[in-house]
Design a protein around this ligand. Structure first.
Ligand SMILES: NC(=O)c1ccc[n+]([C@@H]2O[C@H](COP(=O)([O-])OP(=O)(O)OC[C@H]3O[C@@H](n4cnc5c(N)ncnc54)[C@H](OP(=O)(O)O)[C@@H]3O)[C@@H](O)[C@H]2O)c1
Length: 330
């Protein structure tokens, strides 16, 4: 890939790219209609204690959904906030730390025993960490939270038969990705899953790479769940564009005041930025589709590296092997 195409190598370049994209003309996919209600739908959404996830949980509750907020923090106050803002009482909160696979298993047990089935899963949680940190499983935290946790969560929910397949509407699995998934030159197969040290200067680059892993997983998941051209699950992904959230919470303290100003002026509010997530969750326009990807409200192909069947298959096998080596049973 030429140097010119590298736009997410550092926080400044990524911020500039995010802002400049907002000013480009986009062809809109559509809008939610009054029929696009979510009454009777049960939705599990991760990372809904903050930013985009919190705003999305509120919008979905307003559309009539029963929302299970799977969060690391904010119990019960963030749930109370969603209830107040949406006017809905159908809000539940479950604890999960996505860097801890035992915690993911506990979440799934609770979903199964308390709720039985879910109709829609939204994998929203992610971090931009200022440096490499080890999880209790010895894996790098951003790799784990932003990619491998999704692989574990989705596969265990499928294994435990937690998706409602009785409805006319297909179950939907939605990944909040980022256009930065296009940034990496390729996959680091030789060192896949190994702990790699990095500091703030490389964190945005690592973030883009983990978004590539997640987006490639989403494509492979859709192929595996929908083998015979007859979709059984919708697997969607999207980039919400720049969001005025807490994503840069680990940026150096000296930059925080500047970031606050830039985010406040140029980045979109979480409510506005949640539009593509809410659209892919609720719209009848995408009903029956096996896969889709939106950048803001326009439809795009994901990066060709993520579409590649070879990459998808390899990633799947390497993720399974890594989990086995780490002692995590799927
Ligand atoms: N902000 C942007 O400009 C932008 C652009 C493109 C894509 N995105 C994507 O949008 C999604 C939402 O991010 P955001 O911008 O709303 O950031 P945010 O405000 O920082 O929210 C991130 C959420 O992830 C949760 N989380 C982080 N680590 C976790 C863990 N180990 N276990 C469980 N939950 C964890 C956080 O929980 P706590 O509150 O407990 O920390 C928080 O609820 C992410 O996937 C992000 O990559 C954001």
């Amino acid at each position: 890939m030429s140097k010119k195409q590298k736009k997410y190598d550092n926080p400044f370049a990524a911020t500039y790219k995010g802002i400049s994209d907002l000013f480009k003309k986009q062809e809109r996919v559509g809008v939610l209609s009054l029929d696009d209600r979510l009454d009777g739908k049960r939705i599990l959404i991760t990372g809904s204690s903050s930013g985009l996830g919190l705003a999305t949980a509120t919008q979905l509750a307003k559309l009539g959904a029963e929302v299970i907020m799977a969060v690391r923090s904010g119990i019960p106050e963030k749930g109370e906030e969603v209830k107040k803002k949406s006017g809905s009482e159908k809000i539940h909160m479950l604890h999960v730390d996505l860097s801890d696979f035992d915690s993911i298993k506990e979440l799934i047990d609770e979903v199964k025993t308390t709720f039985g089935k879910i109709d829609i899963l939204i994998c929203n949680a992610a971090i931009v960490s200022k440096k490499a940190r080890k999880t209790k499983h010895g894996l790098e935290e951003m790799f784990s939270v932003n990619y491998l946790a999704k692989f574990v969560l989705v596969n265990l929910l499928l294994k435990e038969d937690c998706f409602n397949k009785e409805d006319d509407d297909l179950p939907r699995i939605i990944f909040v990705s980022s256009e930065s998934h296009r940034n990496p030159d390729g996959f680091e197969w030789d060192t896949f899953g190994e702990f790699k040290d990095y500091g703030m200067g490389k964190s945005v680059e690592r973030y883009g790479y983990y978004k590539l892993l997640m987006t490639t997983f989403a494509q492979e998941l859709s192929r595996r769940l929908n083998p015979n051209q007859q979709p059984k699950y919708s697997v969607f992904a999207l980039c919400p564009g720049p969001v005025n959230s807490n994503i840069a919470r680990e940026a150096p303290a000296i930059f925080q005041p500047l970031l606050k100003i830039v985010f406040g002026i140029f980045f979109r509010s979480p409510e506005k930025a949640s539009e593509p997530v809410v659209y892919l969750t609720a719209s009848k326009d995408v009903e029956g589709k096996a896969t889709d990807y939106l950048f803001l409200m326009s439809r795009k192909d994901v990066d060709e590296k993520a579409i590649s069947v070879e990459n998808g298959t390899k990633l799947w096998h390497m993720s399974e092997d890594l989990l086995q080596k780490t002692g995590i049973e799927l």
